[in-house]
Design a protein around this ligand. Sequence first.
Ligand SMILES: CC(C)(COP(=O)(O)OP(=O)(O)OC[C@H]1O[C@@H](n2cnc3c(N)ncnc32)[C@H](O)[C@@H]1OP(=O)(O)O)[C@@H](O)C(=O)NCCC(=O)NCCS
Length: 179
Amino acid sequence: MKPMIRRASCEDLEELLAMQRRSLRSFGEAHYSAALLEAAVAEMGTMDARLILHGTYLVAELDGRIVGSAGWTMRAPSYTRLLRDRLEPLDGTCGMVRGIYVDPAAARQGVARRLLGAVEAELRDVGAEVADLLAALSCAPFYAAAGYARLSDHVLLFGGCLEFPVQRMCRRLRAAAPG
Ligand SMILES: CC(C)(COP(=O)(O)OP(=O)(O)OC[C@H]1O[C@@H](n2cnc3c(N)ncnc32)[C@H](O)[C@@H]1OP(=O)(O)O)[C@@H](O)C(=O)NCCC(=O)NCCS
């Protein structure tokens, strides 16, 4: 069954956070220790709720339940302050895909693919030429399957010493202008 993709609202927040935590813990356990995942929830959180206020966060709904979420910004996420190494700054033509999660009960049914398609369409609409992101290791195979190339490896530091590896990945959203 096809999920409905709609804009997230503040009323969704509690259900969203619960789904995102289930997703992070369940898909993350193959790549990160339980302590690291709990540090991620506590220090980074699973999403930046300001995206809801900015109208740039989407949910996938199936039978009245939120089964996935994803959003975008044209700014670097605030959690990049936790990176061990500085991230090269984004230029104005680069949008960031943010906070993609699917409920483990709805995995491998194309929910994330649909959400990413909707996010990329919105990024194109605001003029982004490239979609950029920091992927948890549990998400990297999904992004690779969606055509994203791995740019570099990074580490988020929780509590100043717990290392949470992530990958910077990107995909061109429109053909490069002829040079
Ligand atoms: C990554 C994630 C979003 C994928 O969601 P999903 O709805 O199951 O993905 P889709 O069904 O749309 O998958 C599309 C394609 O991506 C690839 N893919 C998805 N999950 C994959 C996995 N775990 N391993 C390998 N390939 C995967 C496959 O090619 C898949 O197509 P197929 O099912 O026909 O083989 C989901 O596993 C998740 O929520 N992970 C944790 C999220 C998280 O921690 N986010 C933190 C911010 S990055």
